[in-house]
Design a binder for this molecule. Structure first.
Ligand code: ATP
Length: 555
């Protein structure tokens, strides 16, 4: 994540203007106090002029204060807005591997809680700038009143800062712990929502989630947060006590010892009382700023990708027609967890040409989906090469490579918006209606202005809608990962015997990951995976299967 200074760089001139207005307001406020003090001492010679000066200063305090605050609030909110969009853009630009290893709860935590915390810290910025300037102006006035007393004040300030630093470090450590526990809590929140069916049926599981997983983390977070806030409250009161000690010392030096004149004494007391508010306000803002820095650090540790710029037109022009996808010694490795070696796919050699219907088969966990992600460029090869039309897949060629594919993985997300990537003046709604009918979803789902009326359907129907979106994307290579697994036998037949041949006839290359051995013979080629290796092109097995099916059909 960018540091705060980098974030502030584009708005530095507005910030300067806001600081200038704050300085003016602070100077006018201190000027008012100085004027009251002077008038108390030397009386009012010309009441009209005095009232004019007083009214003018009040008007200046008001106008410059409002101006500074409005400018700073706009600045703060603008920063939050940019930060928010930038973070989402960075999530969108993060490689799939990274997002998978982070897991959804950590990303949600950053997108929701961390952003809010950083926003809250930024909202302190105007307050801190305004009160900081007020404090500087007040200090200047105190120095002007009496240099010796001012030096004593500096000693008191040094003591206060010592307290801040000492406690601030501990508060930060505690807040870091609260932030870590937040990730644990978000994981449990995900379990509470996503596991609703299992939890709904099982009180022991609900109890376990609540008592063993949620409560301990929530309790520790509460303890750490309370400790942090309490420590800071001690600090706030320590500062207040120091201010009163300072006032007492000045008062004693002025009245009992006669070391300070009455004018200086009154001025000092007035100015110090006046400065109590900005001091307290700044100190109040510190925990929010610490939390903001902890949140920025947590966002940093996610190691998200770079944000893509979406403001301009989509520059990627039409891609050359798909000819061939070739794997040579290609492999991919998942890092191991807890000393276990991770799963290794490859090395694999295979070639897929335009218009082919390819089936990828193999047992559970044999690496079919991983191969699907490698073929489509969602994963980059860790060894060997994956080349599309002769262009090797790497982080630079990946966007174009991915542009050839449309996929439905088992954990697909169903978008309600239909994107017609043809970009022609085709009538999106009419095309959607056509496919809805083809997929036997007419009467169930409607489309209006490119948006589906509902996505709340059965799993099999949702998969058909995902297929509709894939048709609309009109990409040359389609990867369907166990698409038919949720379909009824009738529609499964339609899929293998009608939809796949239609796609092939339309010049599409289709890679289907499947366990439906009844239909293996319909593919141009079948590749079988076992423990991450291509074990055979299952021609022999196919022949046996086809003859077996024919015998069954004949009976
Ligand atoms: N995100 C991941 N992080 C780490 N390891 C993973 C991840 N996804 C899969 N694996 C590992 O890779 C192996 C292959 O998984 P993959 O999903 O490719 O299998 P598959 O052949 O598609 O299985 P299935 O038929 O059950 O869908 C798994 O055994 C698992 O150990």
């Amino acid at each position: 994540m960018q540091s705060i200074t980098t974030l502030l760089h584009p708005v530095r001139w507005q910030l300067m203007l806001a600081i200038l207005a704050s300085a003016l307001s602070a100077a006018a406020g201190i000027g008012l106090i100085a004027w009251i003090n002077r008038t108390l001492e030397s009386g009012m010679a010309d009441t009209g002029a005095a009232l004019g000066l007083f009214g003018g200063l009040v008007a200046l305090v008001f106008a410059s204060g409002v101006c500074a605050q409005v400018l700073l609030v706009r600045l703060g909110q603008g920063l939050v807005y940019r930060l928010r969009l930038q973070l989402v853009a960075r999530v969108l630009g993060t490689p799939l591997e990274r997002l998978e290893s982070l897991g959804a709860p950590l990303v949600y935590n950053a997108l929701t809680r961390d952003i809010t915390v950083v926003a809250a810290a930024f909202k302190q910025l105007p307050i801190a700038v305004y009160n900081g300037l007020l404090l500087i102006a007040g200090m200047a006035y105190l120095a002007w009143l009496d240099l010796t007393l001012f030096l004593v004040t500096q000693v008191v300030i040094a003591l206060a800062i010592w307290g801040d630093v000492l406690l601030g470090g501990r508060v930060k450590r505690l807040m870091r712990r609260v932030r870590q526990l937040d990730d644990t809590l978000f994981q449990q929140f995900e379990a509470a929502v996503e596991g609703r069916n299992e939890l709904g049926l099982s009180r022991p599981r609900r109890r376990h989630l609540y008592l063993q997983r949620l409560q301990p983390a929530a309790e520790e977070a509460m303890r750490a947060a309370t400790r942090a806030e309490a420590l800071w409250a001690v600090n706030l009161n320590w500062t207040t006590a120091l201010i009163f000690l300072l006032l007492g010392a000045v008062f004693f030096a002025g009245t009992a010892l006669g070391l300070v004149s009455r004018e200086v004494l009154v001025g000092y007391v007035l100015a110090t009382m006046f400065l109590r508010t900005p001091i307290a306000t700044i100190l109040d803002a510190v925990p929010a700023v610490i939390r903001g820095r902890v949140a920025l650090g947590a966002i940093d540790r996610l190691e998200l990708g770079r944000a893509e710029d979406y403001s301009g037109p989509d520059s990627s022009g039409p891609l050359p027609p798909f000819r061939e996808l070739a794997l040579e010694g290609a492999g991919y490795h998942y890092p191991g967890v807890g000393g276990e070696p991770g799963f290794h796919l490859g090395p694999l050699d295979l070639r897929i040409r335009r218009g082919e219907l390819i089936f990828l088969v193999g047992g559970n966990g044999s690496g079919k989906s991983t191969l699907g992600k490698l073929l489509t460029g969602l994963y980059l090869p860790g060894e060997g090469s994956v080349a599309l039309n002769g262009v090797s897949l790497d982080e630079f060629s990946a966007p174009d490579h991915r542009g050839y594919f449309a996929t439905i993985f088992p954990d697909f997300y169903l978008f309600a918006d239909v994107l017609d990537e043809r970009g022609r003046d085709s009538d999106v709604d009419a095309r959607v209606e056509h496919y809805l009918e083809r997929l036997a979803l007419d009467g169930k789902v409607r489309v209006q202005a490119g948006r589906l009326s509902t996505t709340a359907l059965s799993q099999g129907q949702r998969k058909r809608l995902a297929l509709l979106l894939l048709y609309m994307e009109d990409r040359p290579v389609l990867l369907l990962d166990e698409w038919a697994a949720d379909q009824d036998p009738v529609f499964r037949e339609v899929f293998y015997r009608e939809l796949l041949p239609e796609l092939k006839a339309a010049g599409k290359t289709v890679i289907a990951i499947t366990h439906d051995d009844r239909y293996f013979h319909l593919a141009d080629r079948v590749y079988k995976l076992d423990s991450g290796k291509l074990v055979s092109w299952v021609a022999g097995e196919l022949q046996t299967k086809v003859s077996h099916d024919r015998v069954s059909e004949a009976r």
